[in-house]
Design a protein around this ligand. Sequence first.
Ligand code: CUA
Length: 450
Amino acid sequence: MKIVVALVLLVVISLVFHWWSPWWMTPVASNWGNIDTTINITLYITAVVFVAVNLFMAWAIFRYRHNPSRRSHYEPENKKLEIWLTVITTVGVAAMLAPGLVVWADFVNVPENADEVEVVGEQWQWSYRLPGVDGVLGEVDSRYVKQDNPFGMSPNDPAGGDDVLVSSNELHLPIDRPVKLLLRSKDVLHNFAVPQFRVKMDLVPGMVTYVWLTPTRTGKFDILCMELCGIAHYTMRGYVVVDQQEDFDSWLAQQQTWSDMQAIPPGDPIAGKASFATCAACHGQQGEGNIAMNAPSLAVLPPWYIARQIEHFKRGIRGASEADEFGRQMAPMANMLIDDSAIRNVAAYIGTLEPAPTKGTISGDPEKGAAHFTTCGTCHGAQAQGNYALQAPRLAGQDDWYLKRQLQNFRLGVRGAEKQDTYGHQMVLMARSLSNEQSVDDLLAYLNTL
Ligand code: CUA
């Protein structure tokens, strides 16, 4: 009898949960409402089967419960019942599959007037390419990928010059225009998914896959990577913002084209030396760092990282938090660098400075620290030498007291909480995997040995 009650309760609670659950599909933001219809059809059919089977089971247990005066009777075959069950099952399965086939036919047939946008996935970030005024995406190849050519643009294809390259993790799309998203991976399998668009597709290295959709409502939606693609897979987030046409146009006008990018002159260390005098007041003449001024070593850091951090300080992406006492001091300093070329020049000058050997200030167990470092090493390199491709700066030779403070800032969300700080945001999630202060000290003790 207990089992009968349990089965009936299971059915009742499941139905109640279904109707009153707060966890339901988010309102659709694309033309793919049909996908919801197919999901609903499947849910209704499986619900009818679920209710029927469980209630029948409860009834059978009750009706044929143990009774010493009753004998069971043996009936191995029942043609009529088997035919009925086969027909009902066939109709049920066909009803679940057929609508999916209809929707899939739409899903793989892109309308002729669809705009093309390329989505590039790599460990662990998203970037985007739009075709520019000629409406044609230039040729790309992973062989061309370099520090100053992250998209792998072909030098031989003139159609690529006006391609708009979006290195941020935020893509904008105009409302009510069909768009074909071409999906390309630079390294391993990823998966592009925007729940509100109801689209989801693998990115496969060596081929270009696609999805198409028409955004039907403005807003900002999360792009999730839905393929386990390595240690920081869960940090691989992006955003798609659906704009009214005029907002989209003004966003587009601010983006950089491949020609713009090629026209940027490299940083000039000689021009940068004069600006560095201000930095040297705290960070030292050789950028060696100064614990008394809470200024870390700059000489160990690569120019691309220095440039990005200065830009983040200028734009309030880093050092804007009330709790970031020392980061806040950097904002006015960064503002003294008038423009991007001043930033590039001073970063280039810092790149010419020889790092001084670091003096460890933290004691911990380097052997235990080595185990914690395995995670860090995935991005920052086995010798903590840094890795441009993953935008991970050098850690070896950096002041341990500074790294300790940054790890704490990341963990508390004092640094990296700003959504535009893609890599800082990844570090927040990574820093939280260090369970306590002792593991941080052990890690830094190990770093001091590198
Ligand atoms: Cu990319 Cu998971």
